[in-house]
Design a protein around this ligand. Structure first.
Ligand SMILES: [Zn+2]
Ligand SMILES: [Zn+2]
Length: 265
């Protein structure tokens, strides 16, 4: 930490209301990311890249650099695609998905891995990429801190010491205050420098505080209930959750359906 180099902080696993289960608007995410001092964020909505594009367009107003990303539902579990300008198809194997991401010039991180839940990549999945250069050059990181994976984090950290991947920490934020609670430190302050750090395995993951999960769940439940009723808020302030904008659910639903049926690469 500190020293002669300038070190940056990134949260590379953040959801916006383009994810069906998130409560955070694009502007609200940028506002919060900026106020907690992040240099770089990646927007990684579930099978949807539009939130990332929106955020990037607005990012200069908030002084935060945005990486366009997406959390893809592969057949083997979730996968974060970063630095992509198009959405890789969902529902493919990890290997096939990595090839798509590589073709798009991006790299990937395994989020909340090794917990034996259906949404998570297994140790076998991840290790099998190491023998194939075309995959190894794309899957560069594993997320060793993710509050939704908290019971398994310690195991992931131990295993990651034996694996040649960059270690990352992501908030997996679906509510504002979670943004930046899991953060990745890197040499430099820009998205390009973060990419270099991921590719050279020099990132430093920083955990959230202990026992954050319950607070997260409570806050998320409150906000997701509001969202189901059709209201979202740009405001990260916890007590302003009720001062919300009417959300056009039909519009979002239509976009989601289109996104699903389109499936073009
Ligand atoms: Zn996930
Ligand atoms: Zn996620």
């Amino acid at each position: 930490m500190g020293g002669t180099y300038s070190m940056g902080f990134a949260d590379i696993h953040i959801h916006t209301i383009y994810s069906y289960d998130a409560t955070t608007t694009v502007r609200g995410v940028l506002k919060q990311a900026s106020s907690v001092g992040l240099n770089v964020i990646a927007i990684t909505d579930h099978d949807d890249i539009r939130g990332a594009f929106d955020a990037r367009e607005l990012s200069s107003q908030y002084g935060v650099e945005v990486i366009s990303g997406v959390e893809i539902n592969t057949r083997d579990g979730h996968l974060l695609a970063l630095f992509v300008e198009a959405m890789p198809p969902s529902g493919l194997s990890l290997a096939e998905t990595l090839k798509h991401i590589g073709g798009l010039g991006g790299i990937a991180v395994a989020p909340h891995p090794f917990n034996q839940l259906p949404g998570s990549l297994s140790m076998d999945n991840v290790v099998s990429t190491l023998t194939k250069p075309a995959l190894k050059n794309v899957l560069r990181g594993i997320e060793v801190y993710n509050m939704t994976n908290q019971p398994f984090d310690e195991r992931v950290q131990r295993l990651s010491d034996y694996l040649p991947f960059a270690k990352t920490a992501g908030s997996d934020a679906h509510v504002y205050w979670a943004i930046g609670t899991g953060k990745t430190e890197f040499n430099g302050t820009t998205a390009a420098e973060l990419r270099t750090a991921l590719e050279s395995g020099t990132t430093i993951p920083h955990p959230y505080e202990e026992d954050i999960m319950r607070k997260y769940l409570f806050n998320w439940l409150r906000r997701i209930t509001m969202r189901k009723l059709g209201y979202v808020s740009d405001s990260p302030e916890p007590d302003e959750a009720i001062q919300t904008q009417r959300m056009d659910l039909r519009f979002t639903k239509k976009q989601r359906t289109e996104g699903k049926s389109k499936k073009k690469s």
